[in-house]
Design a protein around this ligand. Structure first.
Ligand code: ZN
Length: 341
């Protein structure tokens, strides 16, 4: 590398693995695949910070780039965490050990490395990646919302190519936005409840947890002879629904149609709040098969009520390469922070 060229690292910190990538100062990714190493978060912050530095060294070794070429590091973790990367004082699913409660993961990694570390939660990092991948160099001209259906429902808001973080780091928490249930629920279907305690929010329907707790228990009463009725624990059965939907199973399609309707209603709210240029959808469900992903996206679009003027300019798209989205989005945020200085 020439002395004038420099790079930023993107680090996606997950429950079992860290994923790392490298982005050069012209905006070109130097790694085209997933580079993973153990995250060791369950062993507490000290071990996990070591693991993050090891993840950086690993991706540098792979690409033959030296550590002194790294100008900044982008880091993302699951929330809840503050905009400045302070893990919730109550901990969270990945950060349950007491040492994590209130831990300043961004600041501690920055002190350790001696270069700037830029933090985003994983939903925001993935949203930034989706935006960049779709709009490329024109990203700063557009806005977007991303909804990512996983165990929960995550996402993010991008305006003029940048993440909207919010005052407390909680902007774009789409899972916990209340949505109308009238016409969404079937006859006799109980009003869904979210893990957060809210009744009838988007995540209570559009998430794996929503399938397990709310949708599947009801739909099994409508399909008593269905194979999943004998599949044992509801959590295990819920994980099988995606594959069944991909194969055209009637019960599974009822469930995914309710999820699509919930996401469409969420996007309708987003259209009135933000009027974004693009609506992106990601997660396991859209990665089943391309045909199923497109069917799901078309159903979401059908359930999103946009005004005529919005329909003329809005785009709907699936988020590609979601497994790399966190690291890549984190790297893009780091590059933007260095460039913006
Ligand atoms: Zn909720």
């Amino acid at each position: 590398m020439t002395p004038s060229s420099w790079v930023v690292v993107g680090l996606d910190n997950g429950g079992t693995s860290n994923s790392a990538t490298l982005l050069d100062n012209s905006g070109h990714f130097l790694v085209d695949r997933l580079v993973e190493s153990p995250s060791r978060v369950s062993e507490g912050p000290e071990v996990a910070i070591d693991a993050l530095t090891e993840a950086i060294d690993q991706v540098l070794r792979l690409t033959g780039v030296t550590r002194d070429s790294v100008r900044a590091v982008g880091l993302d973790t699951p929330g809840p965490a503050s905009a400045d990367g302070v893990i919730s004082s109550k901990g969270s699913t990945n950060f349950s050990q007491v040492g994590w409660h209130g831990f300043r993961i961004r600041a501690v990694l920055e002190d350790r490395l001696g270069i700037p570390v830029v933090y985003n939660n994983d939903g925001n990092a993935a949203a930034l990646w989706a935006h960049h991948e779709h709009f490329r160099s024109e990203g700063p001209l557009y806005s977007s919302v991303s909804a990512i259906v996983g165990t929960g429902l995550g996402g993010g808001v991008i305006e003029a190519g940048r993440v909207i973080r919010g005052a407390a780091g909680m902007a774009g928490e789409f899972g916990h936005v209340h949505i109308p249930m009238e016409g969404l629920l079937a006859d006799g279907q109980p009003v869904p409840v979210c893990q957060c305690g809210f009744v009838a929010d988007a995540e209570s329907v559009a998430s794996l947890t929503g399938i397990e707790r709310n949708l599947l228990p009801y739909w099994l009463t409508r399909f008593p002879d269905h194979a999943l009725a004998g599949a044992g624990a509801m959590g295990e059965a819920a994980k099988l629904v995606r594959g069944l939907g991909d194969g055209g199973d009637e019960l599974a399609l009822k469930i995914f149609d309710q999820q699509a309707m919930a996401l469409g209603r969420l996007f309708t709210i987003a259209s009135n709040f933000l009027d974004p240029s693009a609506y992106f959808v990601g997660g396991g469900v859209v990665e089943a098969s391309p045909m199923f992903g497109e069917w799901f996206l078309a159903r979401i679009r059908a359930h999103t009520s946009l005004r005529e003027e919005q329909l003329e300019v809005a785009t709907f798209a699936l988020i590609p390469d979601l497994d790399m989205a966190g690291a890549r989005g984190a790297a893009l945020a780091a590059l933007d922070a260095v460039d913006g200085r």
